[in-house]
Design a protein around this ligand. Structure first.
Ligand SMILES: [Zn+2]
Length: 451
């Protein structure tokens, strides 16, 4: 079993402590064998030695809302119409960048063509391409007129649509079964609208209970997941009524919705997960002008109202102990890929999460859902780590990164004591190209290291 010794690193162990300590880490196969609190603490023996040059070594991070196939474009149409061949290559390259950026687990949240996520996941799993452990999603499933329906009256062809449009319960069953046949891990439903599309704003709700119920029935039968795009309050309640436990956005709330969420958290420890995706709201308001969207226009589109509502909802959720994961909607021109760790900064700055909570957060909450242990970088057995169905094991694959703007080395699959979500584990030494404004002082680049 090959050994790798990381020396001269500052260890941020994911325990919640915000100050890293200097040391060395010995990895044997896909297990951490030893953690030393000084650089000279571990004899290298036959191990391959990687000099971390003082960089921070931390558990691999988890991105709960990933779209490898979003191609950093400014419109849904520009994402959708990328030719298939280029699109496959884009996804492969993007997967590798996430790993280099320190993300060792990603949960696919929808892709732009039916099999892009499945093919990317399979290529990662077979070792064809580098990438994080990945759960493959379907395309967005929507209904005519809602978010994801990009067809035009004179061009009613599914190939021109960002999502797959269904009408009625049996049509939903047919589409869900098609994606399950393709081998997805998750089915994505667009329950609410989105201010990104003028015809279906964020506070509107679109799918019937009959359609959602059929999707839930089919997915449950196959032991897979449903993910929902649910910004409106009614759409979140709809998801909860149907037992859907991975909710994206949930910007708008009322007391009844928060009570429903809290009750669900108490009943099952399989906790309720939601990934707010607030970076896209922030970017649309403050950083979209180069693409023609001024602050005034963004406000008119409803982004200020949604930002205010989302901050209020998320703060209330935090107080009620409802679990929230970082992640969301990177892959647009305004929120390009590999800025993802910016979410950690947002959690501290706008949502009032303690810093210590945030630096352990990417790995802390998610394992609860799968029964894995906490996300710490330590020497201990990882029997508690559990893979989701269909996720084959990975050997540890340390990958030196030849400079550039992302992590220096990422060890995919190295066990960090149950370090990451969705049953995946990993660790990274990371270097940031986007400076963090968290009050971490000398450790700043670790918290934001995944960017
Ligand atoms: Zn998304």
């Amino acid at each position: 079993m090959a050994d790798t010794l990381f020396t001269n690193v500052r260890i941020l162990d994911g325990s919640g402590a915000v100050q890293p300590y200097s040391g060395s880490v010995l990895v044997s196969g896909n297990r951490i064998r030893q953690v030393g609190r000084s650089t000279a603490a571990i004899a290298p023996g036959n191990a391959t030695v990687i000099d971390g040059a003082g960089a921070t070594l931390m558990p691999g991070m988890t991105e709960a809302h990933t779209h490898f196939s979003w191609n950093d474009a400014a419109t849904l149409a520009a994402i959708q119409t990328m030719p298939l061949e280029e699109h496959v290559l884009w996804c492969a390259k993007t997967a590798g960048r996430y790993l280099q950026a320190g993300f060792t687990s990603c949960l696919g949240a929808a892709c732009a063509k039916p099999r892009l996520d499945v093919v990317t996941r399979n290529a990662i799993d077979s070792g064809q391409i580098p990438g994080p452990r990945y759960l493959a999603a379907s395309q967005e499933i929507s209904v005519p007129g809602a978010l994801g329906d990009e067809t035009l009256p004179h061009l009613p062809f599914p190939e021109f649509s960002f999502g797959v449009n269904v009408t009625g319960a049996e049509h939903m069953r047919q589409v869900v079964r098609m994606f399950l046949k393709y081998g997805v891990d998750s089915i994505k439903l667009n329950l609410s609208g989105d201010n990104f599309v003028p015809h279906a704003p964020a506070d509107t709700t679109w799918m019937t209970d009959a359609e959602v119920a059929v999707a839930a029935e089919e997915v449950k039968m196959r032991g897979k997941r449903i993910l929902v795009h649910a910004r409106s309050c009614a759409s979140v309640k709809q998801a909860l009524r149907h037992g859907i436990d991975l909710i994206y956005h949930a910007s708008f709330s009322d007391e009844e919705m928060l009570d429903m969420m809290e009750a669900r958290r108490d009943r099952v420890f399989v906790a309720l997960f939601r990934s707010p995706g607030i970076a896209i709201l922030y970017a649309m308001l403050h950083e979209a002008e180069p693409w023609g969207i001024t602050r005034a226009q963004a406000t008119q589109m409803g982004y200020q109202i949604e930002w205010d509502a989302a901050i209020e909802t998320l703060s209330k959720m935090h107080k009620r102990g409802i679990r929230v994961l970082p992640g969301g909607d990177y892959g647009f021109a305004f929120t390009p890929h590999c800025q993802n760790a910016r979410d950690l900064e947002f959690f501290v700055k706008y949502l009032g999460h303690p810093l210590g909570h945030v630096v352990r957060r990417p790995d802390h909450d998610a394992p609860a859902r799968t029964g894995a242990g906490e996300g710490r970088l330590s020497r201990r057995p990882v029997a508690g780590g559990r893979r989701p169905a269909g996720q084959p094991g990975h050997p540890a694959r340390p990958q030196a990164h030849p400079g550039g703007d992302e992590g220096r080395a990422v060890c995919q699959g190295a066990a960090a004591g149950g370090a990451a979500a969705m049953g995946a584990r990993g660790m990274s030494t990371a270097r940031s190209h986007r400076r963090c404004s968290l009050p971490l002082g000398g450790t700043a680049r670790s918290a934001q290291g995944a960017t």
